[in-house]
Write a protein that binds this ligand. Structure first.
Ligand SMILES: Cc1cc2ncn([C@H]3O[C@H](COP(=O)(O)O)[C@@H](O)[C@H]3O)c2cc1C
Ligand SMILES: O=C(O)c1cccnc1
Length: 351
């Protein structure tokens, strides 16, 4: 079984020396000091992550983890659970929103069956099924701790092979009908807030269904009593297989000094679990966007992340994270390619 602690131990603080050099370069570029705002911060963060004062991104990827949720039996989603395998096939055919946006952003899409409740085969599908969907968390733990660890390991292994192929920027994506319920349960528990505050409409349920969804989440927490001091226990009891897989992606990327762009609410719930396991992971994260889903903002506040975009997205799949890659590219290119005051013969600020 995976030595989770080994990966956590490899997650180092950002490289302060490279951050300092990047800051100094920013102050010499031909623009009023600070005028590129968040773009400057991104360049400095990437310098700290990579240990390179002039960071570049060569190969982008989005990892889309797919899994089913037993809690769908409680009627918590606007769509049937069959949509999970159907959308996996759609990803593989290149017809989903994430495929289009990833093509535009030049990001490789890796589709992973980590727990879909159907048999799926496709040459481009990574079949890493841990089990056929989670159990119904309203009645029993969603999965065992061993299964949660196994799913984390799937994410770790995928990052290892992406890194070997030269991937140096990773976006998180997911597909799983019912997974906003798991994400809300995790968020309520780990942030210690009432379920109502972090539960939204997901794929588009009405007021009555939303009230029901909140009750189901409350029941899942009350019934399983996850131990807030043991993030793995929380993840196993009220999480999801794709969320656990993304926890592995996030931790392994940080351990390899690869920046991770979080997508929406579900991806960020995985970020929250990773943070609970290892607070140092935070330095390696960027928030691609802020989702419509209630609760997302609270997670981002906890992680100290300011979203790069606010486009009223509520889709997941990695869409917002991949869109944000364009902004990141702009940050790194200006940092690398702009002239300095000295080189361009432009007068610096009046002292
Ligand atoms: C066609 C379709 C494509 C999707 N792509 C992502 N999601 C998103 O919606 C689901 C979560 O919402 P809930 O918790 O309400 O089920 C996840 O699969 C998520 O990735 C989709 C949902 C649907 C219906
Ligand atoms: O923010 C998300 O990730 C999200 C929101 C609604 C449905 N699916 C995903």
């Amino acid at each position: 079984m995976i030595e989770l602690q080994t990966i956590i131990d490899r997650i180092a603080p950002l490289d302060a020396g490279s951050e300092e050099q990047a800051c100094s370069r920013q102050s010499q570029l031909t623009k009023p000091a600070g005028s590129l705002g968040r773009l400057e911060e991104i360049a400095v963060q990437f310098a700290g992550i990579t240990g390179n004062a002039l960071p570049v991104v060569q190969q982008r990827a989005v990892v889309v983890m797919a899994a089913d949720h037993g809690v769908t039996a409680e009627g918590v989603s606007a769509y049937p659970k069959d949509v999970t395998p159907q959308m996996v096939l759609n990803f593989l055919a290149g017809g989903a929103a994430i495929n289009v946006l990833a093509r535009q952003a030049n990001a490789v899409v890796t589709v992973v069956d980590i727990g879909v409740a159907a048999d799926l085969q496709h040459p481009q599908l990574l079949s890493r099924k841990v089990r056929y969907g989670t159990a119904n968390m309203a009645q029993e733990p969603a999965m065992s701790q061993q299964e949660a660890l196994q799913a984390i390991k799937v994410g770790v292994d995928i990052v290892e092979s992406l890194a070997a192929r030269g991937v140096d920027l990773i976006a998180t994506g997911e597909m799983g009908i019912g997974n906003t319920t798991a994400a809300s349960a995790l968020t309520a528990c780990l942030l210690n807030v009432p379920a109502e505050q972090v539960t939204g409409r997901g794929t588009g349920i009405d007021d009555q269904q939303l009230a029901h969804k909140v009750r189901i989440i409350e029941r899942a927490i009350a019934h399983n009593h996850p131990d807030i001091d043991r993030p793995l226990d929380v993840l196993a009891k009220i999480g999801g297989l794709e969320i656990a897989g993304l926890v592995g992606v996030i931790l392994a990327a940080a351990a390899r000094r690869i920046p991770v762009v979080l997508d929406g609410f579900i991806s960020s719930a995985a970020g929250l679990v990773a943070y609970a396991l290892c607070p140092a992971v935070k330095g390696y994260l960027l928030a691609g966007h802020v989702s419509v889903e209630r609760g997302h903002r609270l997670i981002l506040e906890k992680l100290g992340l300011e979203p790069l975009l606010n486009l009223q997205l509520r889709l997941g799949e990695g869409t917002g994270a991949v869109l944000a890659m364009h902004i990141i590219e702009g940050a790194l290119r200006t940092h690398l390619e702009m002239s300095t005051f000295a080189d361009a013969g432009v007068s610096d600020k009046i002292e």
